[in-house]
Design a protein around this ligand. Sequence first.
Ligand SMILES: Cc1ncc(COP(=O)(O)O)c(C=O)c1O
Length: 397
Amino acid sequence: MSEVGSTKRYRPETRLVHGGTLRSQFGETSEALFLTQGYVYDSAEQCEARFKGEDPGFIYSRYSNPTISMFERRMIELEGAEAARSTATGMAAVTTAILAPLRAGDHVVASKALFGSCLYVVQDLLPRYGIETTLVDGLDLDQWQRAVRPNTKTFFLESPTNPTLDVLDIPAIAEIAHKGGARLVVDNVFATPIWQSPLSLGADVVVYSATKHIDGQGRCLGGVILSSEAFIAEHLHNFMRQTGPSLSPFNAWVLLKGLETLGVRVRAQTDNAAKLAETLASHPKISRLIYPGRADHPQAELVKKQMRGGSTLVGFEVKGGKAAAFRVLNALRLAKISNNLGDSKSLVTHPATTTHQRLTPEARAELGISEGFIRFSAGLEHADDLIEDVAQALEKA
Ligand SMILES: Cc1ncc(COP(=O)(O)O)c(C=O)c1O
């Protein structure tokens, strides 16, 4: 196989199309799908050398695979990371990035505003293995600072947060983590690699659910962890090889092709979301609108500082609580009710009864997830069709 070589000198759009390509002897244009579990060796000596790490090449697809490797390399070049490991799902990426480096007696600090499954990992799972956790209001830097203990090893956050789209100060939180001897892990799913690069803002590890914008066409699940070579070598390499949260080569191929259009899709979806937010801002049936990228966003200055663009998501609260929100969801014709996001089809979610239903009503209220709150993931439809769809649905609220 021949490598296309580093695309790091090019701009992100170019890296998304060419980064990490490995071309076989057939000279294919589109990346090949190597749907193979294992590999054969020319000799027993070569096999031995490969297991010893003295012969470059693949051993077994739980460890690595040429198609998976192309996906990881493309992500590395896009994100400006040294290394990456892909996983079967976004949750496998989050769980591995947090759990693999830790042991009983360590301490984790995380923002309260997390996707429900991430909250489960931090709040329920880690303590079962003797890892202490503290949840803080991610917007309050004093709380991060006060939570640091001598045994704090990891800070974890997502920004913008799911579903209320708060933007957390990544450079400031990274500084607090580093002063306390901890690393910062950022779930960058909502921002996408197009609008935010946490590693350049001071984070040590970035995780993605590739299921979201990276596929972006509702086909497969996947995840990826990006960091320094040292973090992967020291903390992830053996853990992942032996426990096997590996990405399927088929899904890696889908995600690799997804990356080629990621920039175009995210920009178009962001434009749609911004236009929708603009029309919702003054709508009489809406009591709250949240859109990173608007001047009325609570952290508008921070958005300008650490993000290159807004969001493909809009959050809004319908007057009249759950019943009104359900009437709106049920009346939508184009936008589909689904708990997914980042898709080329517009998707709407009622977080209080889905992604965040596990939380107590008090915990939801604290996070601003009211009964009337709707998360709208803008797709690639024509903006006017989306605006008309939401307008006619709001009539029913
Ligand atoms: C912020 C965030 N992190 C992680 C995940 C988990 O991703 P996956 O569904 O691919 O496991 C999701 C998905 O819903 C998410 O929204």
